[in-house]
Write a protein that binds this ligand. Structure first.
Ligand SMILES: [Zn+2]
Length: 212
């Protein structure tokens, strides 16, 4: 009898660690999901906003399957909520973290707001009749026209690109380092339509990124 009780005890003791390990493993995964979705849109803790699901477009080539409205990135508010897809949102977060924040540094107290000139819009490229639908019409593009600093200073693409040395250098870095993560990067050197903002989109081309 004593031997049987001992065997049962050992058996239950042996069974416990395995069972406990499985349960704690599941718990850890569940907590991981809760943590990322609790603070992060698109599973990215750097992004704040809301899911908007399918965004319909008035033209057949327009629309987003799973859209999000991004209100801030790395805690820095956007001047208007940007409706884009998750891939574009995460690419924007990479650019903010890897380029924008280090490039601005402590100047003016750092970036207080990112001025968004355009995001989702079902329209043709550069609003030209008969042109192809813009990446803006697919939720893959965002236009940024300025950064507002903590001290109230505003660095605009329009004035800064050909402005003082400090702004010129900063804006060229913001533009240049976006190239690659974003498939298309357009600024004041590209054409008359981009004198006052940067256009970033995540469209992919066989020839690689297109940056002007
Ligand atoms: Zn654009």
């Amino acid at each position: 009898m004593k031997a049987l009780v001992t065997a049962m005890l050992i058996g239950s003791l042996l069974a416990l660690p395995g069972c406990g390990a499985v349960q704690s493993g599941v718990g850890a995964v569940a907590r991981g999901f809760a943590g990322s979705s609790g603070g992060g849109l698109c599973g990215d803790p750097r992004l704040t906003g809301e899911e908007v699901g399918q965004v319909p477009g008035k033209l057949p080539a327009c629309g987003i399957d799973e859209g999000v409205r991004v209100t801030s990135v790395e805690g820095i508010p956007l001047s208007q909520a940007a409706t884009i897809d998750c891939r574009t949102a995460r690419t924007l977060a990479d650019w903010v973290e890897d380029t924008m924040i280090p490039a601005v540094g402590r100047r003016g107290g750092g970036v207080a707001e990112i001025r968004v000139a355009a995001h989702y819009a079902c329209r043709t490229r550069n609003h030209q009749a008969g042109a192809k639908v813009s990446e803006h019409g697919k939720g893959r593009a965002i236009d940024i026209s300025a950064l507002t600093l903590g001290n109230g200073d505003v660095i605009t693409v329009e004035d800064g690109w050909r402005g003082g040395r400090r702004d010129r250098r900063l804006l060229r870095r913001l533009h240049g380092e976006a190239c690659g993560p974003f498939g298309t990067v357009l600024g004041p050197e590209s054409d008359a339509f981009h004198q006052d903002h940067f256009h970033f989109d995540t469209a992919r081309y066989r020839g690689g990124s297109y940056c002007r």
